[in-house]
Design a protein around this ligand. Structure first.
Ligand SMILES: C=C(N)C(=O)O
Length: 126
């Protein structure tokens, strides 16, 4: 059965979606924008800082269910500009230095709120 995951340690949704959902041992996050828990959008920060905020948000959601980035099976990354790939990748790599999850990274023509990056994750609680 679908379970809705909600935590005050990650930014609230900016639309009609849940921060994450679960079914059994699989947790799927919504795409995380570079928003702080106060709702501040870091759109004027470099893509590296925006990447960190997205991953901090993913981490907070996972932690609310007692799991961590080590339990992520797959991420999907949307970049506003694929030329940011190297800067994004360097920041991302610091969060996944060992056994990184599978990943897809693509350029999207636009990301909500004018963000440079959005990251979603699929994780297991097993
Ligand atoms: C930010 C999102 N994840 C959305 O609008 O779907």
């Amino acid at each position: 059965m679908k379970q809705i995951i909600s935590t005050d340690d990650a930014p609230a949704a900016v639309g009609a979606y849940s921060q994450a959902t679960m079914n059994g041992d699989i947790l799927i996050t919504a795409g995380q924008l570079p928003l702080t828990t106060d709702g501040e959008l870091l759109d004027n920060e470099p893509v590296s800082r925006q990447t960190e905020q997205c991953l901090d948000n993913v981490t907070a959601i996972l932690n609310s269910e007692g799991i961590s980035l080590d339990d992520v099976l797959k991420t999907t990354v949307f970049l506003d500009n694929i030329n940011d790939f190297d800067a994004f990748n360097e920041a991302y790599s610091a969060y996944f230095d060992e056994k990184p999850p599978a990943r897809s990274a693509v350029e999207a023509s636009a990301i909500p709120k004018g963000a440079a990056v959005e990251i979603e994750a699929i994780a297991t609680t097993e």
